[in-house]
Write a protein that binds this ligand. Structure first.
Ligand code: AHR
Length: 654
């Protein structure tokens, strides 16, 4: 449907593709698919994921750690997110103690001074996690913490998961052997036949008066593939189901930081957790960096997706920049080291470091993004910074594609066009209406320009753009209205997936518990216990799982419908995507030329719901796709698109 579906202008000025020919039969529009006519190859890495620490995507999200502020670094003045467990005669005082740091990276600790306590009424500290500690029956949790004690106290320290009021203990265990030196302690908590709840807290308590210092207090539930320091399995399942071909990380604004000092310093995100200081993120909260560079890479590997690595390029959000030239060189070297950590052999300095961290095998890396949204840099230094990075990276890694963050849509495009970046990252956030209006956006792109990475896109369905704080009063994930617009937008990208090589919705994740988000709309929502996909999530999933390697010529006369057709040349499957964003069902005649060997039955996957329908943490599967086989497929057959629907038809040549 590329090109000719788009509009009269494109039919005149561009040649191949998607049509605007009005069919002779007046009422029922005819979609003509030229099954034997591939317009161009479709990108093999078209659908992927964009990710960063926003909305508690990692801490309180994918990164399965359950304790909030485990290293007591979130707030310099007080042990935020922790409370003292006292009462019934038990008494304790808790304070930050920078005088007893764990080490250089974690320059403080929590001092727990218990003045009264007993076995019946222990005193200690409690943490509610990120919107409650999720309790599940017959589940094993891994506990670890660093501790030291004032002379004379050796334990025990009791750890437990208990109800928020402390009356019900779901699992408990003990650790002993504390000394005046910092040591790491590990134990497990296993629940029995308990009810599922997130109205729970983690408690670490003493049965007698004593003083102990604590750091890196950690509680992990079972993780994806049981990996230590791993990922939340329910979220991973949602992502795996999207069949992503790439993972762009670590941001986004998160890469840049508000200031140069607060950028994503990858070297501080690798190795043991006690060597990771974490940092303040531009989204207004402290990041533990438990989700560090190696975890990002492992995540991509687990998803069978290739990493798209964004390297810090000398610009931070508060208009700080490093001038190109000698001052930028250390940052260029840092990026080279980072690339070596990702893909260098074990014999290299940073490849050896990766091996030390547990992953000797280099990761496959083909794309490196230089910065993020540098069109915001008012010093207009990006073209020169990009050139300096690209020159150094390609001198060492000639096959790496360096992606420019100034795209053809950006005001400063002219500044970089002459440098002919091979690929540019373009971001599109617009209202659902604008997405529908602009769904043919890429049909107009000349084929001679750079390849396009739509590294962030999303339509919004309220009157507030995502960056408007008022949008935070709206539901965290989009409704069907957005899904329809998003699907229409995707058909436009698919039709042009000879030049639009990659695309990703953003942001991907949101913790919907109170106070945890900075943006809307977001693709996937969750709280401590549950996960749900928005209608847009299902639209993307339907599209990415049904995408061929060839873009087929297809013509449709109705400018109110949106679509694209691709074909998997190996399995001879034709994927027809159709979006009807209107309140009435739309009958369609489908004419398929160029093949005589169509199977009579096919598969229809449909997402249909009124525009205001949506999913939420309490109604997680309100809007989900339905699959059905359908018959009567012939060279010409009729198919009715339901009102407000997104449809994928899988047709097969025999
Ligand atoms: O996706 C949210 C933010 O939008 C990203 O961090 C940034 O790149 C864009 O402005």
């Amino acid at each position: 449907m590329r090109n000719l579906w788009r509009c009269a202008l494109s039919a005149v000025t561009l040649t191949a593709g998607w049509g605007f020919m009005f069919s002779a039969s007046a009422q029922i529009p005819t979609l003509t698919i030229h099954a034997g006519q591939a317009v161009a190859p479709a990108s093999p890495i078209f659908y992927g994921l964009m990710t960063e620490e926003i909305n508690h995507s990692y801490d309180g999200g994918l990164y399965a750690e359950l304790i909030q502020n485990r290293a007591f670094l979130n707030d310099k003045k007080k042990p935020a997110d922790w409370t003292a467990v006292v009462g019934g005669g038990a008494a304790a005082r808790i304070e930050l103690d920078p005088g007893q740091p764990l080490d250089r990276a974690i320059p403080t600790s929590l001092r727990l001074q218990v003045t009264h306590a007993s076995g019946v009424h222990p005193a200690g500290i409690a943490n509610d996690g990120y919107g409650g500690i999720p309790v599940k029956p017959h589940t094993r949790y891994r506990v670890s913490f660093y501790a030291k004690a004032a002379a004379g106290f050796h334990g025990p320290v009791e750890v437990s998961i208990q109800s928020a009021d402390g009356r019900t203990v779901y699992a408990r265990n003990r650790v002993s052997g504390l000394t005046p030196e910092w040591r790491k302690y590990r134990t497990e908590l296993t629940t029995g036949n308990v009810p599922e709840t997130a109205q729970a807290r983690f408690v670490l308590a003493l049965h007698q008066p004593a003083t102990v210092w604590l750091s890196l207090v950690s509680l992990f539930p079972p993780t994806w593939h049981n990996q230590p320091n791993g990922f939340r399995p329910d979220l991973m399942r949602m992502l795996v189901a999207m069949h992503p071909k790439f993972l762009r990380f670590p941001g986004g604004n998160y890469l840049e930081g508000n200031t140069i000092a607060q950028r994503f310093k990858w070297k501080q995100t690798i190795g043991p957790l006690r060597d990771r200081p974490g940092h303040w993120s531009p989204w207004g909260y402290y990041s533990t960096d438990g989700m560090g560079l190696l975890e990002f890479l492992r995540w991509a590997e687990d998803l069978h997706a290739q990493p798209v690595l964004a390297v810090y390029a000398g610009y931070s959000l508060q208009q700080q920049h490093i001038p190109p030239g000698p001052k930028l060189e250390p940052y260029v070297r840092d990026a080279l080291d980072e690339i070596e950590y990702v893909m260098g052999p074990v014999a290299s300095q940073w490849g050896a470091m990766r091996a030390r961290d547990g992953h000797p095998r280099p990761f496959p890396l083909h794309y490196v993004e230089i910065g993020n949204e540098d069109f915001f840099d008012r010093s207009h230094s990006y073209a020169a910074r990009f050139a300096q990075f690209r020159q150094a990276i390609q001198a060492r890694y000639p096959n790496l594609v360096c992606i420019s963050t100034l795209g053809t849509e950006a005001g400063q495009w002219a500044a970089i066009r002459k440098d002919r970046p091979a690929m540019v990252d373009e971001h599109y956030y617009a209202s659902a209406r604008a997405f529908l209006t602009d769904a043919a956006h890429f049909d107009y792109y000349l084929r001679k320009g750079p390849q396009i990475f739509v590294g962030e896109w999303a339509s919004y369905d309220t009157s507030y753009p995502p960056w408007d704080r008022r949008s935070r009063t709206q539901p965290p994930t989009p409704s069907m209205k957005s899904a329809l617009a998003d699907a229409a937008w995707m058909t436009g990208m698919e039709r042009n997936s000879d030049i639009v090589k990659m695309n990703a919705y953003a942001p991907m994740l949101v913790n919907v518990s109170p106070g945890m988000r900075q943006w809307r709309p977001n693709l996937i929502g969750y709280d401590a216990l549950h996960v749900f996909g928005s209608p847009s999530y299902y639209a993307i999933r339907m599209f990415s799982r049904n995408f061929g390697d060839q873009i087929l010529q297809a013509d449709l006369p109705d400018p109110n419908l949106y679509g694209s057709v691709t074909k998997d040349s190996r399995t001879k499957t034709i994927f027809v995507k159709l979006v009807n964003p209107h309140a009435a069902a739309q009958p369609l005649r489908i004419r398929i030329t160029g093949t005589r060997r169509l199977k009579a039955t096919g598969l229809a996957i449909t997402l249909a719901a009124p525009p205001d329908a949506t999913n939420s943490i309490s109604h997680r599967r309100n809007v989900v796709p339905k699959r059905r086989t359908f018959g009567g497929i012939k060279p010409v057959f009729n198919y009715t698109l339901p009102a407000d629907s997104i449809t994928v038809l899988r047709l097969k040549e025999s």
